[in-house]
Design a protein around this ligand. Structure first.
Ligand SMILES: [Zn+2]
Length: 156
């Protein structure tokens, strides 16, 4: 499997299915789509789902390996998938909490600017609604920015 280049972007996705589990996604990606492994690097468990813990961060493809989740962006991005279909319901507060701490940690670790956190649908030529119509990416970027500023004040 090919190694990732410098990580410049984080791309946010949803699984589109309410009842889902990282292993099921991995099996679909491997055996139905014939990919080498699960497409995403990380996944966050959702609510109303017997198979995942709401808000739990799951590992997918190893972080140093190129994912299969966003055409033309795979070489330099991490892919994270919120489990659920957010065209219909909002992500749970537990999922968002985990997403914000993940985004905060990874943007620090790889010096990724906040504007490079993108929803899948924000990439050129993507016609899907991923990560779901009810996920507002501007809100996510703004709120993360606020969290970072607050932390800076706390630790300086
Ligand atoms: Zn997607």
């Amino acid at each position: 499997m090919e190694k990732l280049e410098k990580i410049k972007y984080i791309i946010v996705h949803h699984s589109e299915r309410t009842i889902d589990f990282p292993l099921f996604i991995k099996l679909r990606h491997k055996y139905l789509r014939h990919w080498e492994d699960i497409g995403y690097h990380y996944l966050i468990g959702g609510r109303n789902n017997l198979f995942t813990t709401n808000g739990k961060l799951y590992s997918g493809r190893p972080e140093e390996i190129i994912g299969t989740h966003a055409i033309r962006y795979n070489r330099n991005s991490l892919g994270i998938c919120l489990i659920g279909n957010f065209n219909k319901i909002y992500p749970s507060k537990e999922q968002l909490f985990t997403l914000f701490s993940f985004l905060n940690a990874k943007t620090e670790e790889y010096s990724i600017p906040i504007q490079n956190i993108l929803g899948h649908r924000e990439l050129p030529n993507v016609t899907k609604s991923c990560p779901g119509k009810l996920v507002n990416m501007d809100y996510i970027r703004k709120k993360l920015n606020k969290l970072k500023n607050k932390n800076k004040k706390l630790f300086t």
